[in-house]
Design a protein around this ligand. Structure first.
Ligand code: ZN
Length: 154
C-alpha cells in the first residue's frame, strides 16, 4: 500500500513537472454588451450561462458557459478604464485570452520568469470563478494574452 502511494505521488510530481500547464481552463472573449452576448452564446451552445460574476478590481463583468468539458468566459468592461474597454477600442470584440490550469501558480510564475516571459502579476490575484490568476504579457507570447489559473482550495 505505502509503496503504491509513494509511487503514485512520485508519478504525479513528475507528471506535473513535465506538464506544468495541465489543460486549457477556459478561453476569454471580450464583448461590448454582456447581455446581448449571453443570448448569442446561449443559442450557440444550446445552453445558458451558468454564472455571472463581477470582478470590480479588474473592471470586468464576466459570464461563464460550458460546452462539453470546455469553458468560455465572456468579459464586458464595467468602466471606461477597464483593460477590456481598452482591448475592444484597439482590436474590437473577440478572443481576449487563453487560460491554462496549473497546480502551483507560484512555482509556474517563477518557472516562466526564468524562461524569460514577462509575468504581469508576480503575486497572483483573485480572479473570477474562485481562481488565483496571473497573466503573461502578450509581448513575450506572440501577441496572445495568457492567463494562469489555480483553483482556490477552501
Ligand atoms: Zn479568464
Amino acid at each position: 500500500m505505502a509503496y503504491t502511494l509513494v509511487f503514485y505521488n512520485t508519478f504525479k510530481k513528475s507528471f506535473s513537472y513535465f506538464y506544468p500547464m495541465n489543460k486549457i481552463e477556459h478561453i476569454g472573449i471580450a464583448v461590448k454588451d454582456l447581455e446581448k452576448s449571453n443570448a448569442l452564446f446561449a443559442s450557440l451552445f444550446g445552453e445558458a450561462h451558468y454564472k455571472i460574476e463581477e470582478v470590480a478590481s479588474e473592471g470586468v463583468k464576466t459570464s461563464f458557459f460550458k460546452s462539453g468539458p470546455n469553458k468560455i468566459e465572456l468579459l464586458e468592461a464595467s468602466n471606461p478604464n477597464s483593460p477590456i474597454a481598452k482591448f475592444i477600442e484597439k482590436k474590437g470584440e473577440g478572443i481576449h485570452h487563453i487560460a491554462f490550469a496549473v497546480d502551483n501558480i507560484k512555482e509556474e510564475i517563477k518557472r516562466l520568469q526564468n524562461e524569460g516571459f514577462i509575468v504581469l502579476n508576480e503575486t497572483p490575484k483573485k480572479g473570477a470563478d474562485n481562481k488565483l490568476v496571473a497573466f503573461l504579457h502578450p509581448k513575450t507570447t506572440n501577441g496572445v494574452l495568457i492567463e494562469l489559473c489555480q483553483e482556490i482550495e477552501e
